[in-house]
Design a binder for this molecule. Structure first.
Ligand code: SF4
Ligand code: MG
Length: 319
C-alpha cells in the first residue's frame, strides 16, 4: 500500500512567558495506508501536540504535512472542511471528552449534523450502524454518558470519530484511562475496525506493551524530537538509541529466569524551552560525550529502515 500521510521537517512551537517551547521540533516520518504508526515517549515529549497538528486541530509552525500527495498545511477553509471528514481523533479520556448533557445518539450524530450534508434518515442509519460496529447495544441511544462505564464511553468516542468514515485516525492514548481488563477489548475493537475500513492510525501511547501489540512501525520521541523510528519487531529486537533501551528495560519480562537489568535514567530533563544545541537526552544519558553536549545528532538510517538520532550509533555497512 502507498503512503497516506507524511511529515517533513514539521515543527510546532509555542510562545510561553519565558521563551519558545519546542513541542514538535523537526519531525519526519511517513505512514502507509492501512498501517499503524505507534508514537511512544514520556509525557511532555510532544506526542499529543504532533497528533493534533497532523489533523489540523493545531496549526503547524513550520514544515509540511503531505496527505494523499498534497501539502495540507496551507489549505483553505473550504478544503479543511473536507479534510476534517477524513481525519479524526479519539481522545484519551472518555470521561471528559463527552458532553454530559448530550445523549449517545446526539453525541455520535453531532459531526454529521455540523457538516450539514446529511439527511435525518442518513444520520439515523449511520448512527445505528456505527453503534453496532463498536459493540454498543441500540437500546443505549438515549442514555447519557454518566449512565455508562468507562469502556462503553470510549466506544462512544470511537463511534463519534468513525461515523464520518475517516481514512486517518489519531488515537491519543485511547486506553490509558481504562481498567486493564477493558483495555484489550478496546484495542481489539480498534484493530477490527481498522481491518474492516482500511484505516490508518497514528497511535499515541506511553505504554510499550500496547504499542507493541498494535503498531506496524514505531517512533520514539524525546522532548519534541524523534530519536528512533523503525518497524515494530526491529525496535523490540534491536533497540539502538540509549533512551529507547532505557524505556524497554523498564518493561517487565515474563521470564523470571532471565531478568533484564533496568536502565535507570538519572539527571534532570532538559528544558524544551529555547533548547540549546546538542543531544536533548545528554543530561540523562550514561554514554554522553562532549560532542553530545555540543552537536545535535541527526536522525540517520543505521540499518535498512531503522533510523536513530545518536552520535554513538554505528551505521551498518550495508546501508
Ligand atoms: Fe547519549 Fe550522546 Fe547518543 Fe545523545 S547522542 S543519546 S547523549 S550517546
Ligand atoms: Mg498526551
Amino acid at each position: 500500500m502507498g503512503e497516506l500521510i507524511s511529515a517533513k521537517h514539521l515543527k510546532k512551537y509555542f510562545n510561553v512567558g519565558s521563551g519558545t517551547l519546542h513541542a514538535v521540533d523537526d519531525v519526519n516520518f511517513s505512514i502507509n495506508e492501512g498501517e499503524t504508526l505507534g508514537v511512544v515517549g514520556e509525557s511532555g515529549c510532544g506526542k499529543s501536540t504532533l497528533g493534533r497538528v497532523l489533523i489540523h486541530l493545531l496549526e503547524s509552525t513550520e514544515g509540511q504535512i503531505i496527505y494523499k500527495g498534497k501539502d495540507i498545511t496551507k489549505v483553505k477553509r473550504k478544503e479543511l472542511h473536507a479534510l476534517r471528514k477524513e481525519m479524526q481523533i479519539i481522545f484519551q479520556d472518555p470521561f471528559s471528552s463527552l458532553n454530559p448533557r448530550m445523549t449517545i445518539y446526539q453525541t455520535i450524530a453531532e459531526p454529521m449534523k455540523i457538516s450539514g450534508e446529511f439527511s435525518a434518515k442518513q444520520i439515523d442509519e449511520a448512527v445505528m450502524g456505527i453503534m453496532d460496529t463498536v459493540g454498543l447495544a441500540k437500546r443505549l441511544v438515549n442514555a447519557y454518558p454518566h449512565e455508562l462505564d468507562g469502556g462503553r464511553r470510549q466506544r462512544i468516542g470511537i463511534a463519534r470519530a468513525l461515523v464520518m468514515n475517516p481514512k486517518f485516525v489519531v488515537c491519543d492514548e485511547p486506553v490509558s484511562a481504562l481498567d486493564v481488563s477493558i483495555q484489550a477489548q478496546i484495542i481489539n475493537l480498534l484493530l477490527d475496525i481498522q481491518e474492516k475500513n482500511s484505516l490508518t492510525y497514528l497511535f499515541i501511547t506511553h505504554d510499550l506493551m500496547v504499542v507493541k501489540y498494535i503498531s506496524t512501525k514505531i517512533m520514539v520521541m524525546y522532548l519534541g524530537q524523534v530519536v528512533e523510528f523503525t518497524g515494530n519487531e526491529e525496535l523490540f529486537a534491536n533497540p539502538r538509541h540509549p533512551y529507547t533501551k532505557a524505556l524497554l528495560s523498564a518493561v517487565p519480562v515474563p521470564d523470571i529466569h532471565c531478568p533484564q537489568e533496568r536502565i535507570m535514567m538519572e539527571g534532570e530533563i532538559t528544558s524544551p524551552i529555547d533548547p540549546k544545541p546538542g543531544c536533548r537526552f545528554a543530561a540523562r544519558c550514561k554514554e554522553a560525550t562532549d560532542k553530545c553536549r555540543q552537536e545535535t545528532p541527526r536522525l540517520t538510517e543505521v540499518s535498512s529502515g531503522h533510523f536513530v538520532a545518536c552520535h554513538l550509533c554505528k551505521i551498518d555497512s550495508k546501508v
